[in-house]
Design a protein. Sequence first.
Lengths: 370, 370
Amino acid sequence: MHTVSIELGARHYSIYIGGGLLSQAERYAGFRNRSCRLMTDRNVAGHYLEPVRRMLNLEAVHSLVLPAGESQKTFENTGRVLDWLLETRTPRDGVLLALGGGVVGDLAGFAAAIYLRGIDFVQLPTTLLAQVDSSVGGKTGVNHAQGKNMIGAFHQPRAVITDLDTLKTLPPRELRAGLAEVIKYGMLDGPGFFGWLEQNLDTLLALEPAALAEAVERCCVLKARLVTEDEREAGPRTLLNLGHTFAHAIETHTDYRAWLHGEAVAVGLCMAADLSARLGWMPRPEAERCTQLVARAGLPTRPPKGLEPARWLELMGHDKKIQSGRLRLVLLKSLGTAVVSSDFDDGRLNETLEHFGSPSPVSRLPSPAA
Amino acid sequence: MHTVSIELGARHYSIYIGGGLLSQAERYAGFRNRSCRLMTDRNVAGHYLEPVRRMLNLEAVHSLVLPAGESQKTFENTGRVLDWLLETRTPRDGVLLALGGGVVGDLAGFAAAIYLRGIDFVQLPTTLLAQVDSSVGGKTGVNHAQGKNMIGAFHQPRAVITDLDTLKTLPPRELRAGLAEVIKYGMLDGPGFFGWLEQNLDTLLALEPAALAEAVERCCVLKARLVTEDEREAGPRTLLNLGHTFAHAIETHTDYRAWLHGEAVAVGLCMAADLSARLGWMPRPEAERCTQLVARAGLPTRPPKGLEPARWLELMGHDKKIQSGRLRLVLLKSLGTAVVSSDFDDGRLNETLEHFGSPSPVSRLPSPAA
């Protein structure tokens, strides 16, 4: 088992990474004697609800199973979770466990943040995307028709228990979606990790345990560093949004239904790399390597059809990073050197939007919406 | 003008207390150049919406007027406020101003806490209750059918601008409700302030400016001390809940409609004093002085009819202060010496509940529900 620490003073916690952790009683030792509540979704419930309930000796009423999918991450569903916490008389010293992917984790974390003005929660991420990204760092929240993650809170979990064995039951499409965030970390970390990913991509797709453990740990270490430096995203943590302004526009445009978050991020990474190259900031061959790695992972490199530049700008106009009316984007100077900037030529941005807006003559990848 | 500072490091802020402050341009200087949004209720809007909008040069769409009353403080209405903030494209560096009483302040503060994971907000309290209590300290939240303030967040305002002139337009019933919290501070602070209140109650009811300013400042100073010591209410801040466990039960029982919060607190103070005396902790004559001061302020000293002990215990069973299934109450050893305790005789609590549950033969006060 690997352990990554998030050092945030009174809010410090550990990420435990390894195989079979969900079935190890000692992982639950820190909170099993408190009033536990368990949230998951229907897909995950079929595999892991009963084993985890048994570990915690939970009554049926103390677990909540929601439908699966990003479209469930709503303010209304937050209300349903809060109703359930109240109906089951969850006390202030209770613990809410989030068993599932990013949707379950973000929704449970947000409910835990505002129930009784904040109770403890624990992440049990079962998707690659949640394991490398959304379960770590305390960003919680839900979507709004006008934008992704527009409503939420910073609320750190008390622990993250990452059982890599859960990836064996993950649908391949979800595994690839998680790889998009892994590639993002590669682009942020630099040629070392990025090159490692180029070499080990097939091993990761084959779920080779040692490679998975190394990839998850490297991502968590990088995220831990940025979160520790900047918990509330006033500075360096913003870099973790590489590709995400484009991605959120795609998700909002498609009503959080057709695309997985990671698929939208994949396209966003390609667009951020393209714009960085058009600006003359990143060497074009490096940008091409990013797109190629995304494509090799079986991820889309093009947005859905019908997204005109004007619609892109409207959708991106809701971005949380906007300051004084000016869009800010995470862009690359090179692999491993990212910046948050509003100081870019709008003409180049338009070129990127137009380039990605027109149907690609060479793309042979199936649309994820299909 | 008096200024009370809340020292919370990066979240420090000032409370400005005085007459006519809402019409002083310099009070808005810290944020008038940012994207401001203004929330209020229908009662307050008639008096102060236009003057404040003019000070801030606000377009009509940038202010939101809600119906008045505690029953508006819901999760659903939080959603409406968030919709409005999104529709008007409020940026992350925007400022939400809460012009009104505790309901507007708690609802606006909660919306500000979770919009884009937290934006700045400023309190402009226009009721005595908000000026001495709810606008200070960063507790925000909304009610649930199963309990008062069950959903919320700790989110400090950037400033509190307390214009005492607004009390001139406050309905007398609301003024008295605010006095309940003032009396609470007297009971917590000790014989000095409590005796001052006994002497100055009529002057306060007559809205004498110097007396009002002194009362509001003394309450804010006491609250500032407790909030600074214990922002997230893990210890001494809990004392501010004196009378509130009983009060919240009354409010939940009456569906947040018939009673004002301060009226319920008034009864709660009498019940806390009575129980403290029954336990032999507080001298009975001191408990009587508390009840007498409450009655002199024109506030109820008895709960609504029909609240049986079993129903009391059920309602109080949702209290946020419950630990390991055991009810904790703020009780008094004497005027000025309060404790949070679960170490009391349940028989005495039952006596208090039965005593207050039966119709009082001597009470000649009209029911606030009438």
